[in-house]
Design a binder for this molecule. Structure first.
Ligand code: HEC
Length: 151
């Protein structure tokens, strides 16, 4: 075999090995994808609305812990602090639970959805939530994402 040809083949192999796969990329919500947002809205009703409210309004007195030390569910609309987190962090909170960031011992009523929803389903629910935010809030939240502010 021609030496040059071998070198080209080896280089191509190296490029393929270094290219990140889909799940290594930072998670990006897609609030402008209407099909995904519609799927997310349906899933939100089934899985999230009982705590976070049918209209994303959260539970009453959501900033005050109850007698057992649990916080009520916060709103997901712009009055809450959901939009203070990057797309990736919202994904990880939903998939793995708040404990991923607050520590194993943290008491929370927020379930982890790793065994209930697929990654795409989690992205769709959060894309629905993000879709509900006014443009200026979305813009500020995009500022917490590492790159591509328009996504
Ligand atoms: C059983 C009630 C309950 C259900 C159901 C629930 N959550 Fe939560 N969620 C909570 C509570 C309570 C918190 C506050 C976390 C804490 O304890 O500090 C929370 C917090 C969150 C946060 C972090 C918000 C922030 O501002 O930091 C996200 C994101 C979230 N929930 C997403 C979801 C999604 C998406 C669903 C549905 C797939 C869902 N939750 C279903 C109770 C719930």
């Amino acid at each position: 075999m021609n030496k040059k040809y071998v070198i080209v083949l080896i280089s191509l192999g190296l490029i393929a090995a270094c290219k990140p796969t889909d799940d290594q990329r930072p998670i990006r919500l897609k609030p402008n994808n209407s099909q995904l947002v519609a799927q997310g809205q349906a899933l939100y009703k089934i899985h999230c609305a009982e705590c976070h409210g049918a209209n994303l309004e959260g539970q009453e007195n959501w900033k005050v812990r109850d007698a057992n030390g649990f916080l009520p569910a916060p709103p997901h609309d712009e009055s809450g602090h959901t939009w203070h987190h990057s797309d990736q962090m919202l994904f990880e909170i939903t998939k793995y639970g708040v404990q991923k960031f607050a520590g194993e011992d943290y008491k929370s009523a927020m379930p982890a959805y790793a065994d209930t929803l697929t990654d795409t389903e989690i992205i769709s629910v959060l894309s629905y939530i993000k879709n509900s935010w006014p443009e200026n809030v979305r813009k500020r939240q995009n500022g917490f994402n590492p790159q591509d502010p328009d996504k």
